[in-house]
Design a protein around this ligand. Sequence first.
Ligand code: SF4
Length: 325
Amino acid sequence: MSLLEVKHLSKHFPVKRGLLSRPTGFVQAVRDVSFQVRAGESYGVVGESGSGKTTLGRTVLRLIDPTEGEILFQGTDLTRLDPEPLRQLRRDMQMIFQDPHSSLNPRKIILKSVGEPLVIYEGVSGRRLADRVLELMELVGLKKEHMYRFPHELSGGQKQRVGIARALALNPKMLILDEPTSALDVSVQALTLNFLEELQKKFSLTYLFISHNLAVIRYVCDRVAVMYLGRIVEEGQVDELFDSPAHPYTKSLLSAIPLPEPQQDDDQVLLEGDIPSPLNIPSGCSFHTRCPEKPGEICRREDPPLVHLSPSHSASCHLCGSREA
Ligand code: SF4
């Protein structure tokens, strides 16, 4: 059963110029994105910087309002909720940010940062608050002494654990994790991923896991969506998609994962140029300006639909002929 269902979600930011701040164009950060996340699974969203994955995560939580589309969480459409019911529903959906340092108030000791949701939502205070925070700190592998420190007195890995403790304070059902390990030392990344897996099992959590790192997605996720210029271009079970990628963009991303033996890198598909600006999305297939498959006229003219390649795998490329998804 789906815990989260996103339907035709778009987010466009107006670009304003001139004295009257009139919009002169729109940054199309997320374009007509639909997907479902089942209760208890880890759903990955992967893509280069500028693919729209972070905007997608923030829009799903309605930290920013969508331009179009629906976000159904347990059947309730978040896009139609007034501020108070939305605030209450956010107890069940929490976000873990990429930079653990900037997500914590540098002037507050950790006890206050972790306890803040408990104070705001449940009115917990005094001894009870300190006890609840200590429980959360121990849950994430930190000690009582860390409660009375400021963020700058903790390591990157410890700060990320503080962010996780804070996100777990209200017993959420779902965590949206935006590049949760990319700001950490390599040695701490694997520990944090293992820890997130343990937490998921222990509390039956559902993850929306956003990352640019395919190796991390493969390690953590059950299913994955590959994003390019605000669109999902391929989606599937992780093993199926990694073993048989269909979209040329996915193939190039996978070929760029470093191999243990450098001489095995013969199959690497190098993408030319940078990702185009979401202010000027290329016509037709938006990947045609970089596609290594020698795009034809149809690629420049028509946006390929997402088609099913199997019941659990779909892709949008004119080379993937099958029925529409
Ligand atoms: Fe490349 Fe054409 Fe497929 Fe787009 S539709 S990915 S340009 S082959």
